[in-house]
Design a protein around this ligand. Structure first.
Ligand code: NAD
Length: 502
């Protein structure tokens, strides 16, 4: 019943996209790509056609960068309270259209509605958080010395490019764009080609909320074309990018000629370490949630389970029965826990690891196969008897697939946890506080949760080390990226200036 009702509502929301397609938004105007090209957007749920999307390229990026450049001085200089009010109105608009956003996001990405309705509201919370911070964005310090009054102030860096991925694209777009606008930057956003619907809705909300034309421009297109042009554009001062580590590496090269500042949120192969003294029921809940929610298409997913060998048999047996009970199904059904993967290429990649696991000598304890129906559905999977040198333990699979490895003691757990190119998050389960402190000190990860799943608190820093990223978002850290520090020293009159030629 609810599925039918949600499907009816979804088609109501999608109707206008099937008529006009998705257009770019540049300088406050909805426009086709300059060469008129489009690409098709299809749903991973049943491969059905959703709409055409304007396929921007370097010429469209150029127009958008010019719009962002020309809108920059006025947006930089607008009163901070006005900036704050506009960002709050965007949050209001998101909340008012949360159902539409959630249903469209599910249809575009295959993510389950139970998670996407929260993701839409998290987008509003991101805007509210940075709206309030807009008032203090320029604040600096006074650092007096005997001869000078030294002051620092912060200024927005200028027009920035924001490039986002297809996993939770709405929430991630707000996470990047809200602080950029709060800082006083103007934006050119290039969303992922596989999930363009909610970026368009978000843009409409922003302009309806009174955001001046050109402050936020949207150019759809392919990564190697529009995305690349954005990273190379001389008027774009910085690139905030969320996506794969190898794409981050490409962007760094592409941006080198224009000395682009970059902020990268990249991939992960995050360990969840379960010691024998932990609260094992809570650890089991968290380990399952952190890999199988959001289809496992989540940068912070706990994709490597490191479990102490004394408790492994029992812990894994319980895990298998829970995994086998996970409901895979239609994303608009509110009881669904895992929906289809984003697209065929990604589905093929995830499925390829079922064979790779067997070839490398691991055991498939749960799942390990696709579901035979239209759409890109796979059963949630657990690999056991794995070692950390296997591909299933080293590579980011980015699906509902968990690799489990046993360890004997704390030293071995730490060695395995750190033995990966990535360093985004880690999760530690122990009731021994001194062990928790020791191990969190040694773990190579940008974010660590002890006896918890991943709980975001917006004032805290978010980001990774090693191949998982550069820079931090959240709190005031976002402004370190979107703003420049300026130092001003004013002499108090008694400083001695060296005299040459006197
Ligand atoms: P992706 O790197 O393939 O694409 C991300 C974006 O980059 C897309 O918009 C794409 O069009 C664009 N792009 C591709 N090539 C480009 C180029 N040469 N120049 C400029 N732009 C280019 O990533 P994806 O497959 O969309 O997303 C999944 C990845 O994102 C995973 O690795 C995941 O871990 C990562 N991710 C990280 C975080 C984090 O916070 N660390 C959050 C979400 C996702």
């Amino acid at each position: 019943m609810i599925l039918t009702e949600n499907t009816r509502k979804l088609h109501g929301y999608l109707a206008r996209f099937s008529e006009t397609g998705i257009l770019n938004q540049i300088g406050g105007k909805s426009v086709s790509a300059r060469d008129g090209r489009t690409f098709e957007n299809r749903s991973p749920v049943d491969e059905s056609f959703i709409c055409n999307v304007a396929q921007g390229n370097a010429a469209d990026i150029d127009t958008a960068a010019a719009a962002a450049k020309s809108a920059f001085p006025a947006w930089r200089d607008i009163a901070a309270t006005e900036r704050k009010n506009i960002l709050h109105r965007i949050a209001d608009g998101i909340e008012a259209r949360a159902e539409e956003i959630a249903l469209c996001e599910c249809w575009d990405t295959g993510q389950a509605l139970r998670f996407m309705s929260k993701a839409a509201l998290r987008g509003a919370a991101n805007f509210r958080f940075f709206a309030d911070k807009a008032l203090s964005a320029r604040d600096g310090q006074t650092l007096p010395s005997p001869t000078l009054i030294n002051m620092t102030t912060r200024l927005p860096i200028g027009p920035v490019g924001v490039i986002t991925p297809w996993n939770t694209p709405f929430m991630l777009s707000t996470w990047k764009i809200a602080p950029a606008l709060a800082a006083g930057c103007t934006v050119v956003h290039k969303p992922a080609e596989f999930s363009p619907l909610t970026a368009r809705i978000l843009m409409e909300i922003a302009e309806e909320s009174g955001l001046p034309p050109g402050v936020w421009n949207l150019v759809n297109g392919l990564g190697e074309d529009a995305g690349k042009a954005l990273t190379e554009h001389p008027d774009i001062r910085a690139i905030a990018f969320v996506g794969e580590s190898k794409t981050g590496s490409m962007i760094m090269k592409q941006g080198a000629d224009t000395l682009k500042r970059v902020h990268f949120e990249l991939g992960g192969k995050n360990p969840v370490i379960v010691f024998e003294d932990a609260d094992l029921d809570r650890a089991l809940d968290a380990a399952i949630f952190m890999i199988f929610s959001l289809n496992g298409e989540r940068c912070t997913s706990s994709s490597r389970l490191l479990v102490q060998e004394t408790i492994a048999d029992d812990f894994l047996a319980k895990m298998v029965s829970r995994i086998n009970a996970i409901k895979v199904g239609h994303p608009l059904d509110p009881t669904t826990e895992i929906g289809p993967l984003i697209h065929k290429t990604h589905f093929d990649k995830v499925c390829s690891y079922f064979d790779i696991a067997k070839q490398d000598g691991a055991t498939i304890a749960a799942g390990g196969h696709a579901i035979d129906q239209p759409g890109y559905y796979v059963r949630p999977t657990l690999f056991t008897a794995a070692s950390n040198d296997m591909r299933i333990a080293q590579e980011e699979i980015f699906g509902p697939v968990l690799t489990s490895i046993t360890f004997a003691d704390e030293a071995e757990a730490l060695r395995i946890a750190n033995d990966t190119p990535y360093g985004l998050t880690a999760y530690v389960w122990t009731n021994d506080i001194t062990r928790a402190l020791r191990i969190t000190n040694e773990l190579e990860a940008g974010m660590i949760w002890v006896n918890s799943a991943n709980v975001r608190h917006l004032p805290t820093p978010f980001g990774g080390v090693k191949a998982s990223g550069i820079g931090r978002d959240g709190g005031d850290w976002s402004f370190d990226f979107y703003m420049e520090q300026k130092h001003i020293g004013i002499a108090t009159g008694n400083d001695k200036i060296p005299r040459l030629g006197a």
